[in-house]
Design a protein. Structure first.
Length: 169
């Protein structure tokens, strides 16, 4: 597909035509870089209770731009960008909520990055309690999960591609 697109673009340029290239033409490279960056952070303690900042940083952004993963999810849902299927592509932002993400303000939600192989990279992991007791841990704030949220009773809230405005690392 990319070869065909490149050929058509070259032919159009040779003829002096302009064409509109789909916005997602190079998203695979962006997602690949984000997943590689996320994988490079596994085992670090740089993201204490900061899953949103973690996924945003993977895409070259300083933060989500929303007070919580749940608020970001709700914005994406309101703009029809959330997918509820479980055929989750590499680099997708995957949202959930569980009893583990409740603080004084209520549910904060959780967001992870899909690795494209059925596993997920999660920042913001609680080093001290539930995950390590549940045997998922490893003790760092950035870990690989075998599911989108290992918390008992976790609720899947869907996935979204990264915002087009996020440049990637």
């Amino acid at each position: 597909m990319n070869h065909r697109l490149a050929f058509l673009a070259t032919a159009a340029l040779a003829l002096g035509l302009t064409i509109a290239v789909p916005a997602n033409a190079d998203t695979t490279a962006k997602e690949d870089r984000a997943v590689a960056w996320a994988n490079s952070k596994v085992g670090s303690n740089d993201y204490v209770f900061a899953c949103g900042r973690f996924v945003a940083n993977a895409y070259g952004e300083p933060g989500l731009g929303y007070p919580s993963a749940l608020a970001f999810h709700d914005h994406l849902a309101a703009t029809k960008q959330i997918h509820m299927d479980t055929d989750i592509p590499k680099g997708a932002l995957v949202f959930s909520q569980s009893p583990w993400d409740i603080d004084g303000a209520g549910h904060q939600g959780h967001v992870v990055i899909a690795r494209g192989d059925g596993t997920f990279v999660s920042g913001g992991v609680d080093q001290s309690s539930q995950l390590n007791v549940a045997g998922v841990g490893g003790g760092s704030t950035v870990q690989i999960f075998k599911s989108w949220n290992p918390a008992p009773g976790a609720e899947y809230l869907g996935w979204a591609p990264p915002p087009a405005t996020w440049p990637g690392v």
